[in-house]
Design a protein around this ligand. Structure first.
Ligand code: ATP
Length: 217
């Protein structure tokens, strides 16, 4: 099975890395594709450029062969729709191989507002990772979707290419890129919230120092 983790990664941090690794191991994923988006659909644009976000991801992913940087969204014009990404991945890997779209509980809460959510679910399973501060939604449409599609056993994911929703427990790490940008803009250290190599790159490029203090959440 292939895992897919999309995001702004502005910057990538330990919350992303640990969550992806734990999903990889719990679900026996062969790989996790990391997909930096180009044009955000539901949020302000990233502060770091695509080149900088790719460089930070490259630095973060070194040493974990199951983590693969996939730049297909950066090469595509227009908004970075997850549906388009999964559609092109599906065309590459064939009809039968299960795809697992990893997302935090914050992202899942807005899932039904995404472009073509039901078609996304045809292309992939959803793996929802609990993120501190973002309870799993209990409102009607998502709760109903989970009643229809929820599954408890990772083995079930392997039996079909997509269509199921699994809530994956992970070590709760209340780290966000917003927190890291805010610390840097305030002159504080974000050390240990992200890999040292990523922090070294941020310092070299003088990223986020003069950035407006704004939350993307
Ligand atoms: P920002 O603070 O700029 O909104 P972010 O930290 O949420 O950024 P993104 O790149 O937007 O990072 O997140 C990509 C994906 O990773 C999303 O599905 C998000 O829910 C998930 N994610 C991010 N941080 C965590 C975390 N600490 N634990 C679990 N999932 C996370």
């Amino acid at each position: 099975m292939i895992g897919v983790l999309g995001g702004t990664f502005d910057p990538v941090h330990v919350g992303h890395l640990r969550a992806a690794l734990e999903c990889c191991e719990a679900l026996h994923l062969d790989q996790v594709r990391w997909l930096p988006l180009k044009t955000a659909v539901h949020r302000p644009p990233p502060l770091a450029s695509p080149r900088q976000r790719v460089a930070m991801l490259e630095a973060a992913l070194i040493g974990e062969p199951r983590f693969i940087l996939d730049q297909r969204e950066l090469g595509r014009p227009g908004p970075s729709y997850t549906y388009d990404t999964l559609f092109s991945l599906r065309a590459e890997i064939g009809e039968g191989r299960p795809l697992c779209l990893l997302m935090g509980s914050d992202a899942y809460a807005g899932f039904l507002g995404w472009y073509r959510p039901f078609e996304i679910l045809e292309l992939a399973h959803l793996i929802v990772m609990h993120r501190p501060g973002y309870a799993l939604p209990t409102d009607a449409p998502l709760a109903e979707l989970y009643r229809e599609r929820g599954c408890q056993d990772p083995q079930q994911l392997m039996a079909r290419p997509g269509g199921l929703i699994l809530l994956q427990p992970i070590t709760p790490l209340g780290i966000s890129a917003t927190q890291i940008r805010t610390l840097i803009a305030a002159g504080s250290s974000p050390r240990y919230l992200l890999p040292d190599a990523v922090l070294a790159y941020i310092e070299r490029e003088q990223l986020y120092r003069d950035s407006p203090l704004r939350s993307c959440q």
